[in-house]
Design a protein around this ligand. Sequence first.
Ligand code: THU
Length: 160
Amino acid sequence: MKEYNLTTKMRAYKWDELTDEQREVLEMAKEQTKHSYCPYSGFHVGAAAKLANGTLIPGCNQENAAYPSGLCAERTALFAAGAQYPDQPVTRLGIACFTGGHFTKEPGSPCGACRQVMIETEHRYGGKMEVLLYGEDATWVFESAADLLPLIFVSENLKG
Ligand code: THU
């Protein structure tokens, strides 16, 4: 038997410690929480994907009376980016959560399915995508989506 310890890296920043480029993405993610369609959970999630050509793509969670038919904010933004700009790498993804009349103090943590889609996005374009999780107290910054998901499953794994 061998035991492994898997480690990952993230950094926590105060708002004024972030760069203008990071804040730009988070501003759109925060704004997008206002467009969230979440009558069932009341949990508003906004996202924004920045492309290599400078375009910002918005996204927010879209719920459904048939619950599993809804979609998270992160995937809404990433799939919209893929649909509109299939040749543009996504370089940065920002996420913000709003509930009970305020943004969450601690960042919301993306679900497993969204992490898998982030990994596919990174892999597809062959470069790192920075992930920014906004919180009122601190924003968590991951240099790469891979830092959110150890032991990734990507296209090479299909080959066995
Ligand atoms: N949600 C997101 O949009 N992103 C996440 O990373 C976590 C959860 C949404 C899905 C659902 O509409 C609501 O938040 C409550 O789970």
